[in-house]
Design a protein around this ligand. Structure first.
Ligand code: ASP
Length: 343
C-alpha cells in the first residue's frame, strides 16, 4: 500500500521562531531546523516533502502576493500530492485560510493551515500536536480518496472550516473560534471527523482552478457611536476605492443620521459595492429586521449574512476583479461559494 503524499509548506510564524539573543524578540528561522526538532514526523504513515518561503515571515506581514505564492505552490504540486499542510503564523491565519478558499476553486484535496502559540523548541509547545495532527488530517483517506476536500484550519485539537474562523485569543492555546459553523473534526483519543459538515465535492468532475487576481483597494469600516463624518467622508472619497465593508451593529443595524445615509447613497450611485457584516462574533446580518437597517436594504447594500470579517474581505477581493455588473456582484456575494456563509 502506498502512503499518502503530503506537501508541507512553511511560510513562517511562531511555530518556527527562535528568540533573538540580543533583542529577546521572536523572529522566524530556517525551516530545516524545524524538522530536526520533530523526529516524530518520521513515524507518520505518509510521505512528507517540504517547501519553504525563501524568507519566512511573521504573518503580520502576510499580503495577497504571498497568498498567490502559496496558491502557486499548491497549483504546481496539485497532482503530485494527496494533501497540503501550510505552516503559518496564527495572527493572520484566518485571512489566509479565507483567501485560499476562494482562490482554489473546485479543490478536491485537503489544504490545512496550522501554526502554534509557542515555538516548536519551547518545552510547553503546542506546535508538535498541531503539526502532527494536521498532517494526519491531510492524510485521511477513504477508498484512496482524500476525506477533506477544502481549506481547513487545525488548532488545539480542532479542525475548522478555514473561512469560518477568527483568531479570538492572543494567549490561549485555543486561539481560534468558528462561531457560525461546527468543527469539521476533533482530535481526542480518536480523530473524529464530522462528515456531515464537510464540503462535498461537486458531482461533476470540475477542473481545479487557481484565481490569482485579487483587489485590495477596499475600505473596512467598523461603526461606533460617535463615528466622525469627516473621517468617513475621506474614506469614501479615497482615490481608487473599489469596495467598502461596513461592520455594523447586531443584526446589521447602523446609525440613520442623514449625513451617513447620504454618504452611502452617493457611493451606491458611483457603483461602489458596499457589504454589511456584523461586528458581533457570531450570528448573522438580517437587513430589514429593524428600521435601522431597512434603509440599507433600499440603498442596495449587499448582505454579508454570517460571514466573518476575514471571509467578507477575501470574498470581495476575489469577486471585484471579475468585472461583474453591480447586480451580478451582489448575487455572487450573497451566494454561498465555498461553505463560507449559511445560505
Ligand atoms: N506573530 C506570529 C505570527 O502570526 C504569531 C503566531 O505565529 O502565532 O506570525
Amino acid at each position: 500500500m502506498t502512503h499518502p503524499k503530503i506537501l508541507l509548506i512553511y511560510t513562517g510564524g511562531t511555530i518556527g521562531m527562535i528568540k533573538d539573543a540580543e533583542t529577546g524578540a521572536l523572529r522566524a528561522f530556517d525551516f530545516d531546523n524545524l524538522l530536526l526538532r520533530i523526529p516524530e514526523l518520521k513515524l507518520l504513515e505518509c510521505d512528507i516533502e517540504t517547501i519553504s518561503f525563501k524568507e519566512p515571515i511573521d504573518s503580520s506581514n502576510m499580503n495577497p502576493k504571498f497568498w498567490v505564492e502559496i496558491a502557486e505552490v499548491i497549483e504546481n504540486n496539485y497532482t503530485k500530492f494527496d494533501g497540503f499542510v501550510i505552516l503559518h503564523g496564527s495572527d493572520t491565519m484566518s485571512y489566509t485560510a479565507s483567501a485560499l478558499s476562494f482562490m482554489l476553486e473546485n479543490l478536491a484535496k485537503p489544504v490545512i493551515l496550522t501554526g502554534s502559540q509557542l515555538p516548536i523548541g519551547d518545552l510547553r509547545t503546542d506546535a508538535k500536536e498541531n503539526l502532527i495532527t494536521s498532517i494526519q488530517v491531510a492524510a485521511l483517506q477513504h477508498k484512496n480518496k482524500p476525506v477533506i476536500k477544502e481549506v481547513g484550519l487545525y488548532f488545539e485539537y480542532k479542525l475548522y472550516r478555514g473561512n469560518r474562523t477568527t483568531k479570538i485569543n492572543a494567549e490561549h492555546f485555543e486561539a481560534f473560534a468558528s462561531l457560525n459553523y461546527p468543527e469539521l473534526a476533533e482530535s481526542g483519543v480518536h480523530l473524529k471527523v464530522n462528515k456531515e459538515y464537510l464540503l462535498k465535492k461537486p458531482k461533476v468532475n470540475k477542473d481545479f482552478i487557481v484565481h490569482k487576481d485579487l483587489e485590495s483597494n477596499i475600505a473596512l469600516i467598523k461603526l461606533f457611536p460617535g463615528i466622525s463624518q469627516t473621517i468617513l467622508q475621506s474614506m469614501f472619497n479615497a482615490p481608487g476605492l473599489k469596495g467598502v465593508i461596513i461592520e455594523t451593529y447586531g443584526a446589521g443595524n447602523c446609525t440613520t443620521e442623514t449625513w451617513f445615509l447620504e454618504l452611502l447613497i452617493k457611493a451606491a450611485r458611483q457603483k461602489i459595492p458596499m457589504i454589511n457584516i456584523t461586528q458581533c462574533s457570531g450570528g448573522s446580518v438580517s437587513m430589514g429586521q429593524y428600521e435601522t437597517s431597512q434603509k440599507l436594504k433600499k440603498i442596495g447594500i449587499i448582505s454579508g449574512k454570517d460571514l466573518t470579517t476575514e471571509a467578507a474581505l477575501s470574498k470581495l477581493m476575489y469577486l471585484l476583479p471579475k468585472g461583474l455588473s453591480p447586480k451580478k456582484l451582489k448575487n455572487a456575494f450573497e451566494k454561498n461559494l465555498r461553505g463560507e456563509m449559511t445560505s
